[in-house]
Design a protein around this ligand. Structure first.
Ligand code: NAD
Ligand code: ZN
Length: 368
């Protein structure tokens, strides 16, 4: 069939990161990259840095500060909230003479998402929560740079910033969300604790499984998803790589995994994990692992591979998370999960409601 009628399909026209630098030590080029973007001496650069790096001169001494530039340390112990973004934006407005020349996020998905959201909210009025959804942002964001220090989420390439608001956990999905510049320096990931390395790395693995096994799959997503999947296996299921090779490859896996879901969608694990996160504050990486461990029914090969890697790296996942929850609690998680319709449609097709019932989800949550 020829696709020659306008009405048939509307393909998504999505933005990619326009500039990226890759390489060990590329972080040293931050100054030369951002300097041309400084509007004037009153318009500073604001660096959001994961507070795990506070006092870590190896990293912080290389952050180029001049004029009124400043570092704001942020804890990644909780996922970003819309209220937190509002507070950070207010702090910047109150303490800088002019709108910043740029926002630079240095850290994992938490810091990258905060940097994206703040850069949007500096040029858009009102509360952050009003922009959770699809294509609600009206004005282009302030210039923003992402520098991941842990690999897996794909937040460095995506057009979303995932935020927990008063009513829902939902991204600001917009063409203005995507970073203007990304610096991929795998050396920055060298001190990630092993468990966290596994959880966030598995986020990437799960992106691949959900994208490659979804009904939205297409050659574009498949080409990125297969590459990311192979890289994950090299990193997590072979013993051939040196530490530095593994860091390099996982950083590229994250990138490709993010590109894969950009043009398809995630699936069952993410839908259920969002419920866990909303009610219990379980973080994205570990939450995905906890959920994915129970999804043989949906992703038999992916889950078998996951269990093999979990064992190889001696990872123990928490259990009994839902043991003491009330029916009301289950209902909250189930509602969050079911509201993510595109994820279910991608995973199971248009008729997903025939098999995915509230009872079924409750049963799955009870196993966690
Ligand atoms: P994270 O940013 O939450 O950090 C996890 C932990 O690792 C933290 O304790 C942090 O301090 C630590 N850490 C990070 N880098 C380190 C380093 N180099 N050395 C030592 N410790 C380090 O982790 P994450 O898994 O990358 O991000 C999760 C967040 O990403 C969630 O909020 C999730 O919603 C979001 N996310 C966003 C997207 C997107 O497309 N925007 C996609 C997936 C996930
Ligand atoms: Zn994810």
């Amino acid at each position: 069939m020829l696709v020659n009628e306008k009405k048939l399909i509307a393909y998504r026209n999505f933005p990619m990161v326009p500039r990226v630098i890759f390489g060990r030590g590329s972080f040293n080029q931050l100054e030369e990259i951002i300097t041309p973007r400084r509007r004037n001496s009153f318009a500073p650069f604001i660096f959001f840095v994961d507070d795990v790096f506070k006092g870590n001169a190896w990293l912080t001494s290389r952050i180029p500060l001049s004029y009124g530039d400043k570092i704001i340390y942020v804890s990644a112990s909780e996922e970003p909230k819309t209220s937190q973004v509002d507070e950070l934006v207010e702090e910047i407005i109150l303490t800088t003479k002019e709108k910043p020349s740029g926002i630079i996020g240095i850290g994992g998905g938490t810091l990258l998402d905060l940097a994206k959201a703040v850069s949007i909210m500096l040029t858009n009025d009102g509360d952050t929560r009003a922009y959770q959804g699809w294509d609600l942002v009206k004005n282009p964001a302030v210039y923003h740079v992402g520098i991941p220090t842990i690999s897996g989420t794909g937040a460095e390439v995506s057009r979303t910033t995932v935020l927990t608001g008063p009513e829902r956990k939902l991204g600001i999905n917009s063409d203005y969300t995507t970073f203007d510049q990304v610096i991929l320096d795998p050396e920055l990931t060298k001190d990630v604790p092993k468990n966290q390395w596994f959880y966030t790395g598995m986020d990437c693995f799960i992106h691949c499984i959900e994208s490659l096994n979804g009904t939205y799959i297409n050659a574009f997503s498949q080409s990125y998803g297969e590459k990311a999947y192979d890289l994950c296996l090299e990193v997590f299921d072979s013993s051939q790589l040196s530490e530095t090779e593994a860091q390099d490859k996982l950083m590229m896996a994250s990138w490709h995994g993010g590109m894969s879901i950009a043009y398809s969608q995630v699936g069952v694990a993410h839908a259920l994990s969002y419920g866990l996160s909303f009610l219990l504050g379980v973080k994205h990486g570990i939450g995905n692992c906890i959920v994915f461990d129970h999804l043989e029914e949906f992703y038999p090969e992916g889950v078998a591979q996951f269990k093999k890697m979990k064992e190889k790296h001696d990872i123990e996942l928490p259990t009994g998370l839902c043991a003491d929850l009330s029916d009301h609690d289950f209902k909250i998680m189930i509602d969050v999960a079911l509201s993510l319709e595109p994820l279910w449609e991608n995973a199971l097709g248009k008729d997903w409601r025939k098999t995915i019932t509230e009872d079924k989800l409750k049963h799955l949550y009870q196993m966690m």
